[in-house]
Structure formats: structure tokens, C-alpha cells
Design a binder for this molecule. Structure first.
Ligand SMILES: Cc1ncc(COP(=O)(O)O)c(C=O)c1O
Length: 427
């Protein structure tokens, strides 16, 4: 008899089927939310239950065309069969193990992302780089890793600490402490002082203002190629090329936050490709997992080597499930030409918006790249966003006066017509 045979252990339940928690009525969810959730989000009392392509279906059966895509996340739309199969199949094989070991997908996904980055640097700027990736779980964590990477690169690889980072007014880099400190918008920093030291701010698109912040303390410039939360702000022509030259002249790293712009959103795989520059590092999140939480920092080898074993880590980062899903997302992008689709349909959406709203008295500007488009309006933004929602169109606010459209890359021209008509009616 085995030594522990007398031990009584709780038995594992027999399994007639998968465990399913009880369903809450939609009304109860909205009513109970303030009792159980910290009030950090201003939720609209709609409970989404399902999604089909670019459509969301609420508990009451109402359908909404999703031109937000969870703020530029659901690039493949909702319920995409390849994504659903990927999640089901990989979770049945292996979801998570620690980074003490390899899994089957993190290295292949890193190879794919790095190869795309290397190709983009070559094609955009004629620069040959060898890249390395680090996986995290969100955009903010990407920013966090980028701050650690650039600081450690200067202090340990170059041997001279240059801890300061210049970021842009109106930027958004996330809500962790480093990311919030890089996010040069007072409303996101309010009440959280002291911030992480070492951040300086310049004006997006204004090279002189960036140059004025750079001295021997500055190790990197952090910048979005198109500012998303800041109001879908597109850089002036040639700005990034001059910024690259400035960074080179001063020994400063050019660090691009491509969390929102990356992976086809702006009509190229990376937004920097349209600027003719090769950055030293970028970070991605949002679209990479199609809705699963995964992010990646990609850096030139010399910079990447700053993160030696033990210097940075995250428990969930690079797990088998999210990295498999990332591979599937990129594969579907290629198979279905979603980057090209973003460019084509983005041009069509901008043209339709201009045709319908170009002369509207409340429309001040229509701008963007690919399927990342902002309509800057006068008057109350919240009312317009709510009116769109009541007409079955989901859009998100940006910059205080911009209706932002970041639809799934799988929309079609009928979706564009519907969205433009609803926005026009709402205005
Ligand atoms: C450019 C940019 N960087 C970082 C973030 C933060 O990402 P997350 O919310 O996943 O932390 C966002 C989120 O909107 C973003 O747009």
C-alpha cells in the first residue's frame, strides 16, 4: 500500500461538460457595476455579448458597426474564424509556461516581427539592421520596457548614463508610471505626482522644440508616428527624417511608439515606413493579438543587448497562446492583404468623409493615414460620439475634439457608407 493511501483528498469533480458560470442579466451588469468596479472607466450601459466581423451585438440584440475596434485592437474584426480556431487549438495544446523554457511560438513570432522590421528599415531608409524582440502584455508595458532598454543601453552598453527622455506634448504612451510620465498630457498625470524623473517634453512636428530639449543627459526621443489619443495628428512632411538626423547627430535613440499605428493600421505594416526613416526601436501591442493581450518591443541588436538575463521580465509575456495567436494574426494579414486593404479602404473612407462632410460647418479637419482617421469638429464631442452610438456606429474620442475611426481592417465599402452616413446624421 502506498505511504499516502490513507490521505483523503477532495475529489476532482466529474465532468458532464465544461464548467459555465451563471449568466447575469444585462440590466444587472450595468446596475451592479458601480458596486463592484473601481470607478476608473466611464462605462456606457451597453453590454456587448457577441461580435461578427466589424459588427458588435449587444445583449438587447442591437447591432453596432464597430469603427473603434476596441481602440485599434480588433484588426481582424470580431469572431474571425482563424482567430477563434487559433485560440481554441493552442489553448488545448498549451497556454502558458514560464520563460525559463521555450515554447513553440515565441521564437517564430519574434523571427517574423524582426524580419518585418528589418525589411521595413531597409526599404524605408536603406538601413541594414539586425533586430531582436521582447514580448510583453500591453502597450503601456511596451513603453515601460522601452524606458528600461534605452536607459540601460546608455549606462551599460555605451558606458555613459543618459537617463532623460524627450516625448511630445499630446502624446499617449500608457498608464504605468514610466508610460504616464512619458505621456505629456496633464490630465493623465493629475494627482499622481511625483512622476518618474527624467522626462522632458517637446512639440510634435516641431524640430526646433525637440532640439531645444536635447543635451548630454538625453538618451532617447519617444514619439508616435501619428499621435492617436492626441487627436490623430499626422506629422508634417519631412519631420521624421530631420528628427532622425538630429538624433544621429546627438547620439540619441529614436524610439517609436507604434502601439496604435503599427501592424497595418496606417496603410503600411509599420507607420515609420511612410517617413523614410529607420528607428532604433519600436513597440507594438493592440493589433498584434487581435484582441488577446500581447505586445512586443523590437530593437536594433546593439540596443537590444542591453537587456541581459535578469534585467527585465514579465510572467505572462511570450506565452504560447498569445504568441501563437500573434503568428496567426500576421499570417492572416499576409494571406488577406490586410495592410494593402487598410491603405485602399482608408483612402476610400477619407474620400467619402470629405465628400459628405468636407463643407460641414462643424467639421474643421479630416485627417489620418490608412484606417486611422480623425474628424476634428467644433462643439461638444461627447454628444456626437453618443449620437453615433445611438445610430449604431461605435467611434472613439481623441484629443478633445476629434472623432476617431480605427475600424477593423476587414471592413468593406458598405461599412464605410454606413459609417459616413451615421456620422453625418449625428453632426
Ligand atoms: C500610442 C499608444 N501607446 C501606448 C498605449 C497604451 O497601451 P495599453 O493601454 O495597452 O497599455 C496606447 C493606448 O491607447 C497608445 O495608443
Amino acid at each position: 500500500m502506498p505511504a499516502d493511501a490513507s490521505r483523503t483528498e477532495p475529489s476532482l469533480a466529474s465532468r458532464p461538460g465544461p464548467y459555465r458560470p451563471s449568466a447575469w442579466p444585462a440590466a444587472a451588469i450595468a446596475a451592479e457595476a458601480p458596486r463592484w468596479l473601481m470607478p476608473s472607466y466611464k462605462n456606457t450601459p451597453i453590454v456587448f455579448e457577441r461580435g461578427e466581423g466589424p459588427w458588435n451585438i449587444a445583449a438587447d440584440g442591437r447591432r453596432y458597426l464597430d469603427f473603434s475596434a476596441g481602440v485599434a485592437v480588433n484588426a481582424l474584426g470580431h469572431g474571425h474564424p482563424d482567430l477563434v480556431a487559433a485560440i481554441a487549438e493552442q489553448s488545448a495544446r498549451l497556454i502558458h509556461q514560464s520563460n525559463y523554457w521555450h515554447n513553440a511560438h515565441a521564437v517564430p513570432l519574434a523571427a517574423d516581427l524582426c524580419a518585418r522590421f528589418e525589411r521595413a528599415c531597409r526599404d524605408a531608409a536603406g538601413v541594414e539592421v539586425e533586430a531582436r524582440a521582447f514580448f510583453c502584455n500591453s502597450g503601456g508595458e511596451g513603453t515601460e520596457a522601452a524606458v528600461k532598454l534605452v536607459r540601460r543601453y546608455h549606462s551599460r552598453v555605451r558606458g555613459q548614463p543618459r537617463p532623460a527622455i524627450v516625448s511630445m506634448h499630446g502624446s499617449f504612451h500608457g498608464r504605468t508610471f514610466a508610460a504616464m510620465s512619458a505621456t505629456a498630457q496633464p490630465k493623465y498625470q493629475d494627482g499622481f505626482a511625483p512622476l518618474l524623473p527624467g522626462f522632458r517634453y517637446a512639440t510634435f512636428g516641431d524640430l526646433d522644440s525637440v532640439a531645444a530639449q536635447i543635451d548630454g543627459e538625453v538618451g532617447a526621443v519617444f514619439i508616435e508616428v501619428v499621435q492617436g489619443e492626441g487627436g490623430v495628428c499626422v506629422p508634417p512632411p519631412g519631420f521624421f527624417r530631420r528628427l532622425r538626423d538630429l538624433c544621429d547627430a546627438k547620439g540619441v535613440l529614436l524610439a517609436l511608439d507604434e502601439v496604435q499605428t503599427g501592424l497595418g493600421r496606417t496603410g503600411t505594416m509599420f507607420a515609420f515606413e511612410q517617413e523614410g526613416v529607420a528607428p532604433d526601436l519600436i513597440w507594438l501591442a493592440k493589433a498584434l493579438g487581435g484582441g488577446m493581450p500581447v505586445g512586443a518591443v523590437i530593437a536594433r541588436r546593439e540596443v537590444a543587448e542591453a537587456l541581459q538575463p535578469g534585467t527585465h521580465a514579465t510572467t505572462f509575456g511570450a506565452n504560447a497562446l498569445v504568441t501563437y495567436v500573434g503568428r496567426v494574426v500576421l499570417g492572416v494579414f499576409d494571406r488577406d492583404r490586410l495592410v494593402e486593404r487598410s491603405a485602399e479602404l482608408g483612402a476610400a473612407l477619407q474620400a467619402a468623409l470629405r465628400a459628405r462632410l468636407g463643407d460641414h460647418p462643424r467639421v474643421r479637419a479630416i485627417r489620418g493615414r490608412g484606417l486611422m482617421i480623425g474628424v476634428q469638429i467644433s462643439g461638444d464631442l461627447t454628444t456626437v460620439i453618443s449620437a453615433c452610438r445611438d445610430r449604431g456606429l461605435l467611434v472613439s474620442p481623441a484629443g478633445g475634439d476629434v472623432v476617431r475611426m480605427t475600424p477593423p481592417l476587414v471592413i468593406d465599402r458598405d461599412d464605410i457608407a454606413f459609417a459616413v452616413a451615421q456620422l453625418a446624421d449625428s453632426l
